[in-house]
Design a protein around this ligand. Structure first.
Ligand code: GTP
Length: 583
């Protein structure tokens, strides 16, 4: 037994064929009856009331022959039945026979999943008699001669109700009849307009009524239509006005009649177009993506910055050529997609972080790559270069790390800072830098619990050197003074040239005046010693003013001013000596 959906299909086919006065009886693979239509009983009234589901074909034939054979022939019935069953199973070609005064044409079609469907129709009559208008009126007696003279349609109502267009053509391809949906599809106001015409004429008519603007689809459609109607046959698809489309499917009738179904596939075509567009744009964006990724890869490989991508699980997924160079990482290690922990362990074992601050070392020790905000730090490398390491979190986890060689930039910054903070002639701190250092020391006094002294040094008798030997000699003498001061000071003391022939010294860790005075006295002695510059024997002197912090103040400017005034007192009391502020 075929499945339910196939059975339903066969029954629907039977109903449709009823509309065409075609009888149907279907049998399963074991030749048992499974479906039949009303027309079947019109042709074979002997079965009416007897045929039933599951009835073997043999029983059907027996009834048929019982009705047909005369007394003389009846003894041969078993032979006829056996031959009939054989025929039924193997039948490939239609044949005709007379039955109850009619000439009937029978075809037997094997159908997959069903079995075999037999269809009978009365022999075709000349074309002019097949127009539905000439069909016999409904309810006419089937035994009346001429009733089945219309093989086409008894009632058009059924075909007007189906959603697809239907066009019935005679053997010469002239249209005999069209249904209502066909008329709508091809803009026909009257069925009679199509009768006797070829399909291409109807197609031209449809475009002449509605087609506007771009007529290219019409010419395309016309050539498709003509090609298929003349040579290739259906199915084919033609464009209609207002961007509609029709798919034409043909079904050959046994008498040369051809049934054409015209299915509106506008929506299907629209979907197809959208799909093609989507595919095209997907292809385009795929190509764009591919291009972008090639570009990105080339950029990554050729950029001056090292780049590494760390996944959410801490794996170094990407590491460009420059990163390998800057960190001197072996390519094989990075190709193995190691974790960041592994890479850091490798670098640590190689002594990479020895010069880095404790903060950086601690951070690297605990880094698995996961961060929630941007991080930047400078990492000194064992070879003296400095890398700026910047890490930015990636949406969805993981991080992107860049390595920039900032050695030159740092050196330039260092130079600028040095120039800004030092005296160009002697290389000592300048006044601004000294005041800053002084302020920092004053602020630290309480924290460290240690005071300091400031010694203000002004040369005695420097001007005459300039006047007598010139500025160049004076300059060299100033450099000599700077050296004397630096030698007299301790390593963590600061020496500065405040301007002209004025110098200052910050003496750290001093709480008593005597210590400061001793240093001042040493300076006076050192600077009072004769020296030789460019074969000139020179001798100058120095006057020194001393202040102590915190006892004399905690502000840099104030301390310097007080030291300056102490120095003036020293000058006033005969030069070549030191005076402590307030004494
Ligand atoms: N060669 C040289 N001379 C400088 C420089 N800056 C300032 N001077 C000179 O240093 C001298 C400072 O003047 P004074 O302080 O009167 O010189 P002094 O002879 O030591 O006088 P007293 O301080 O009163 O003992 C001036 O002649 C300035 O022109 C410098 O960079 N190079």
């Amino acid at each position: 037994m075929p499945d339910d959906s196939r059975l339903r299909l066969i029954r629907a086919l039977g109903d449709t064929l009823d509309g065409l006065d075609v009888a149907l009886c279907a049998f399963d693979d074991s030749d048992c009856t499974i479906a039949w239509n009303r027309t079947f009983f019109k042709f074979f009234p002997e079965h009416d009331g007897y045929v039933h589901e599951g009835e073997p074909y043999e029983a059907n034939l027996r009834r048929f022959y019982n009705q047909r054979l005369d007394a003389q022939e009846l003894p041969n019935i078993e032979r006829y039945i056996t031959a009939g069953v054989e025929r039924h199973r193997a039948q490939t070609r239609p044949y005709s026979f007379e039955h109850r005064g009619l000439r009937v044409h029978v075809s037997s079609l094997p159908i997959d999943g069903v079995g075999r469907v037999r269809v009978w129709r009365a022999e075709a009559l000349p074309v002019q008699n097949t127009h539905p208008a000439q069909a016999a009126p409904a309810g006419a007696d089937i035994h009346e001669p001429g009733y089945l003279r219309s093989p086409v349609i008894e009632s058009t109502e059924l075909f007007d109700r189906i959603p697809d267009g239907l066009m019935i053509c005679a053997e010469d391809q002239r249209i005999q009849w069209v249904n209502q949906p066909f008329m709508q599809m091809y803009n026909l106001s009257d069925r009679a307009v199509a009768a006797g015409k070829a399909f291409d004429e109807v197609y031209r008519h449809a475009w002449s009524v509605e087609g506007q603007g771009d007529m290219a689809p019409f010419y395309d459609g016309l050539s498709i239509l003509q090609e298929h109607m003349r040579f290739a046959g259906a199915p084919f698809e033609v464009p209609l006005p207002r961007s509609r489309w029709s798919r034409v499917i043909a079904k050959q009738g046994s008498d040369g009649t051809v049934f054409y179904a015209h299915v509106d596939i506008t929506e299907f075509k629209r979907q197809q177009r959208l799909l093609a567009q989507a595919e095209r744009s997907a292809r385009d964006s795929e190509a764009q993506l591919r291009e972008k990724s090639i570009l990105l890869e080339a950029t990554l490989e050729n950029m001056d910055q090292g780049v590494a991508k760390i996944s959410a699980t801490g794996v170094v997924e990407l590491c460009n050529r420059r990163a390998l160079e800057l960190l001197e990482l072996p390519a094989e290690l990075m190709e193995s997609k190691p974790t960041l922990m592994n890479v850091l362990a490798y670098l640590r074992a190689r002594g990479e972080f020895k010069g880095a601050s404790q903060d950086i070392q601690d951070m690297l020790l605990h880094s698995s790559g996961g961060i929630d905000q941007q991080q930047v730090y400078d990492r000194p490398r064992p070879d003296g270069r400095i890398l700026e390491v910047q890490t930015v979190p990636i949406k969805g986890g993981g991080a992107l790390r860049t390595f920039t060689d900032v050695t030159q930039r740092k050196q330039a910054e260092q130079q600028i800072r040095h120039v800004a903070e030092h005296d160009g002639l002697t290389g000592l701190l300048n006044r601004t830098a000294f005041l800053q250092a002084l302020q920092a020391a004053a602020t630290d006094v309480h924290r460290l619990g240690r005071g300091f002294a400031v010694l203000y040094v002004d040369l005695d008798g420097f001007k005459p050197v300039n006047d007598r030997y010139g500025h160049a000699v004076g300059d060299q003498l100033l450099v000599w003074v700077a050296r004397q001061l630096t030698q007299a000071a301790r390593e963590d003391d600061l020496v500065a040239r405040l301007g002209g022939d004025e110098f200052a010294l910050l003496q750290r860790g001093v709480s008593d005046r005597e210590s400061a005075y001793r240093l001042a006295d040493r300076l006076v002695q050192a600077l009072g010693r004769p020296t030789q510059i460019e074969a000139h024997a020179l001798q100058i002197g120095a006057s020194v003013g001393i202040v102590l912090s915190p006892s004399d103040g905690a502000e840099a400017e104030e301390l310097l001013r007080k030291a300056d005034s102490a120095m003036y007192l020293a000058k006033a009391t005969g030069r070549g000596c030191a005076r402590i502020y307030g004494t």
